[in-house]
Ligand binder design. Structure first.
Ligand code: TRP
Ligand code: ZN
Length: 476
């Protein structure tokens, strides 16, 4: 579908309605502060790395995604699935809107209503443009219902890594960092617009559909099963998932009390996933470092197909083929660092990956392997003329989001900060970071400011050397 030519769709019924319902209340005396001044919502959230990701003028509260999915027929049929879906999106206008956008890519919208009225809409490669009538005043609540669907393939991100709704022979692996959610639903696809989610995913009987949060219902009729999920914790779109496959389910309660729902492809049971059993102990360990686990549930999806990486999908981390101990720890730590506190801009991703990597360093120490200090020393043994140091951690550029230094130098930054301000201040900072920005987003500046606030130290030179200068730090 993503390889099809771009087209414009205009619902004829919507056009007719739009023409007859243009309201007269948009006419306002210039300078009249109380009168609405309608304009179009921006086509992006203002993130310089991904200008079309997210949108302006709306704040989504909730997505309800009713997805009807048919995986590909057995080979040699093409590896293409089919999605028929209805997204019900509750949003609030944050400006006076005569138009607003949602991100949608590779699927075709067939009908849009706003507060029950059919709306005109247009679609371009990345954007679904909706013309609500009546227009929406600032603060107005709107229920936007988008019917859409199409053929699913194997979309790729700007680095050509698989992401989004990745069709597999037995279903789909759905991992959408950074802007891949638009490949499977109409969305404000930027972390600054978190929302709650519910899912009703209908798949052929025998397959499992696993989304975020808690399973609330399963209904089987006429050869299909609908899996209903409730994800009440505010979530950035890139962390949403609705993976479908031939999965074995394992449900239990972890030592910290968190209910666990694991879904593992039967071909991956046994040794490749034995490390998943450490999740319970890891939850206790990370709660000790970062404070209470922030969400209603946790668990893993382990699929037999591969996107080549794991992802910290909220409450339900995704693993390609194997879930090894270091990766299990990394994705779990992300639930606090990345999921609960998310990047304000994609340039801030080192706060995700640095914390998750450092969490694994600390877990390794806890398990009697290398200490965090040894991992730091090992990292610092790279000579100053190595190209590894020629990297600005806090501005990695779109093609550097997942580059090595974002992870390793990010982790080393945190360890160096810990040594500089001391363990008490460092772990107070970690918990204050989660407590203050949990449920929302935060930036590198927010982090540096909080570090100064908690430690009482002036840290400009520290952050300049570690995250803003493309050289090996020498003094900090
Ligand atoms: N965020 C993933 C992690 O846990 C990594 C990731 C997402 C990634 N997309 C990617 C890595 C694409 C490589 C390529 O670290
Ligand atoms: Zn990570």
């Amino acid at each position: 579908m993503s390889r099809r030519p771009v087209f414009l769709a205009l619902a004829s019924a919507g056009v007719a309605l739009a023409v007859i319902s243009v309201p007269s209340l948009a006419v306002a005396a210039p300078g009249d502060p109380g009168a609405p001044r309608y304009s179009a919502g921006a086509d992006g959230a203002g993130d310089p790395y991904f200008p079309l990701a997210g949108n302006g003028g709306t704040d989504v509260q909730h997505y309800d995604l009713a997805l009807d999915y048919a995986p590909p027929a057995p080979a040699p049929a093409p590896l293409e699935g089919h999605l028929e879906a209805v997204a019900t999106i509750d949003l609030v206008a944050t400006q006076d809107l005569d138009r607003f956008n949602l991100d949608l890519r590779g699927l075709t919208a067939t009908a849009v209503t706003v507060n029950g009225k059919r709306s005109a809409f247009e679609q371009s490669a990345n954007e679904l443009v909706v013309t609500p009538r009546p227009k929406l005043k600032t603060g107005a609540e709107a229920r936007v219902v988008v019917s859409y669907g199409g053929t699913t393939t194997r979309p790729t991100d700007i680095e050509d890594a698989l992401y989004g709704w990745v069709t597999t022979r037995d279903g789909a692996m759905v991992v959408s960092e950074p802007d891949g959610s638009a490949t499977w639903y109409p969305v404000n696809d930027h972390p600054t617009d978190k929302a709650t989610y519910t899912f009703e995913i209908t798949v052929p009987e025998g397959l499992v559909a696993v989304a975020n949060g808690v399973l609330t219902d399963t209904q089987t009729t006429a050869g299909t099963t609908t899996w209903s999920w409730n994800a009440p914790d505010p979530m950035a779109a890139y962390l949403s998932t609705a993976s479908v496959g031939d999965y074995e389910i394992d449900e239990y309660v972890a030592a910290n009390g968190t209910p666990i729902f694991d879904a593992v492809d039967p071909t991956r049971l046994g040794a490749p996933t034995a490390d998943l059993a450490l999740t319970s102990e890891m939850l206790v360990f990370f709660e000790g470092l970062y404070g209470p686990y922030p969400f209603v549930s946790y668990g893993a999806i382990v699929d037999d197909d591969s996107v080549g990486y794991a992802l910290e999908t909220q409450t339900r981390s995704f693993f390609s083929r194997n879930a090894r101990e270091g990766t299990v720890a990394h994705e779990l730590a992300h639930q606090w660092m990345g999921d609960h506190v998310s990047p304000e801009r994609w340039a801030d991703i080192w706060l995700n990956e640095g914390w998750a990597t450092y969490s694994t360093w600390m877990w390794n120490e806890h398990r009697g392997r290398a200490t965090a200090n040894e991992s730091f020393d090992d990292f610092m043994s790279t000579p100053a003329d190595d190209p590894e140091w020629d990297f600005v951690v806090a501005d990695p550029q779109p093609l550097g989001l997942f580059a090595g230094p974002v992870y390793d130098r990010g982790a080393a930054t945190l360890h160096a900060l810990r040594v500089k301000i001391g363990d008490d201040a460092f772990f107070e900072l970690a918990q204050a970071w989660v407590a203050r920005f949990g449920g929302a987003t935060a930036s590198t500046t927010d982090f540096a400011d909080l570090a100064e606030e908690v430690s009482g130290e002036q840290l400009d030179a520290f952050f300049t050397a570690w995250v803003y200068t493309p050289e090996k730090p020498v003094d900090w």
